[in-house]
Design a protein around this ligand. Structure first.
Ligand SMILES: C[S@@+](CC[C@H](N)C(=O)[O-])C[C@H]1O[C@@H](n2cnc3c(N)ncnc32)[C@H](O)[C@@H]1O
Length: 447
């Protein structure tokens, strides 16, 4: 766990902006916390809501560039910080990021970072923070650390992942890594039961928000400038949701109809479940399953916002005897837990948290889910396998191996203007058509 938190106040009190940034980064980088959760927590520590935008931009930006910032920092420090003082490393990394990439005045960055030491319970660090950031300002280019592997700092991804992506996509790896370090667009899914896409684009325009349609995904609109969801017309009434355009491909690909029995096997937080419900209309026979009760609560909250209903069930997809009534499903969506390598631009903490040894365990879980769910699929039924990964071992290779052992399984050719065809599906690489990296394979079960 991040040690710095022991010095910090409860969420009911406030922290200066730079201290809140350092605290949040410390929880993610050294405490192993998830960025989406920690950013929500730390945001509450900032008293002035006008600072929330700066806070978010700085935390995300520092994580995106953490490998090159670490290299720069190691060139500016005589010796590394002790383990229990690593929150100061986070303060320095975010300070370097502000000096390099944000619009704040350099002297203000230095002064505010120095003052943050006190709030972080580290008054001893003021001299160090002052010296390091002033040195950074003086040096047009900090000397590269001899210890930092060149590629990590250049591409801002861990070495092992650079290697895997390079091997899998020899012609596209640089483009994928570059895309992983960009800001993802805010893409909306228009609830077409409530408004047409054109009508909703009109509502956005009236609210002063510019958006573009996305030809690959008929319900999608991409905002040219991101805004908070509260600024989206009709958001709380369910007229629109936030969902990447690649994720919006799932529901139409499943070709589900109201008379089908449908299983959404890894449903939480419910983005694709809600899209299915929007397309299907009232009372479809849809069971939304997820292993996590906590995450399933988000599915419920989404359903309430959109005014739709479905059955929710907490359960492990690999243990069908615990939740399946024995009546076969006509359609199954298996949006499998995966490495998340296609969504790094939205979740830059994946670069720090994911370890190479996690991948084999993930493939075992994905295969176990596919094997278990396949037995619950009716003859002639369809199962859509999806991941937000760009690694073939979780995608094409996994489905190819499954089909080789299941002669009754056939991958349907997926026509589309998006991504590239693989032998058993289609792969979108991160950033292509402004989309997240995704893989889809549609399997039909022969009798
Ligand atoms: C990629 S996310 C699903 C995203 C979701 N389909 C959406 O569009 O919002 C994967 C989900 O699988 C769930 N999960 C992981 N292992 C599972 C298992 N053995 N059985 C059921 N759900 C599982 C996780 O809790 C997580 O919510």
């Amino acid at each position: 766990m991040a040690i710095a938190n022991a010095f910090l106040p409860e969420a009911s009190t406030t922290l200066p902006l730079r201290a809140a940034i350092a605290d949040c980064l410390d929880r993610v980088i050294h405490g192993g916390g998830s960025l989406s959760r920690e950013i929500e927590f730390s945001r509450q520590l900032i008293g002035d809501p006008r600072e929330h935008g700066f806070f978010q931009e700085c935390v995300y930006g520092t994580l995106r560039e953490v490998f090159s910032l670490r290299q720069q920092l190691s060139g500016l420090m005589k010796k590394p910080l002790r383990k229990k003082e690593l929150v100061i490393e986070c303060l320095l990394l975010s300070g370097l990021y502000q000096l390099k990439a944000m619009s704040a005045a350099p002297h203000a960055v230095v002064n505010a970072s120095v003052s943050a030491c006190e709030a972080l319970g580290r008054p001893w660090a003021t001299g160090l923070v002052n010296a390091v950031l002033r040195n950074a300002l003086r040096q047009a280019k900090a000397p590269a650390s001899p210890n930092a592997p060149e590629d990590e700092a250049r591409w801002n991804h861990p070495q092992w992942l650079i290697g895997k992506i390079r091997k899998a996509w020899p012609a596209q790896w640089e483009q994928i890594l570059t895309a992983g370090n960009t800001h993802a667009p805010l893409t909306l899914r228009v609830n077409t039961r409530r408004n047409t896409v054109a009508a909703y684009a009109e509502r956005l325009a009236i609210a002063g928000l510019e958006a573009e349609p996305m030809p690959e995904s008929p319900s999608a609109l991409m905002l040219l400038k991101p805004v908070s969801v509260n600024a989206l017309p009709g958001f709380s009434e369910g007229d629109v949701s936030v969902q990447d355009a690649a994720a919006q491909l799932a529901a139409p690909l499943l070709e589900a109809a109201p008379h089908h029995r449908i299983l959404d096997a890894c449903a939480a937080p419910g983005g694709k479940t809600m899209h299915l419900l929007e397309l299907l209309g009232d009372s479809p026979q849809l069971l939304a399953l997820d292993i996590s009760a906590e995450r399933l609560a988000s599915v419920e909250a989404n359903a309430t916002r959109l005014g739709v209903t479905c059955q929710l069930r907490q359960g492990d997809g690999t243990q069908r005897q615990d939740w399946w009534d024995g009546i076969a499903f006509d359609r199954i969506l298996l949006d499998a837990p995966c490495s998340g390598t296609g969504v790094i631009r939205r979740h830059p903490d994946i670069k720090l948290h994911r370890q190479p040894e996690d991948l084999a365990a993930m493939v075992v879980m994905q295969r176990a889910l596919l094997e278990s769910l396949w037995t619950t699929l009716a003859p002639t039924g369809r199962l859509l396998y999806a991941t937000c990964s760009i690694l073939p071992m979780e995608n094409e290779q996994l489905v190819a191996s499954f089909c080789a052992e299941h002669p009754e399984a056939e991958a349907v050719a997926l026509a589309g203007v998006w991504g590239r065809a693989t032998a058993h599906g289609r792969q979108i690489l991160t950033g292509e058509h402004q989309m997240d990296g995704f893989f889809y394979s549609l399997l039909v079960k022969h009798e």
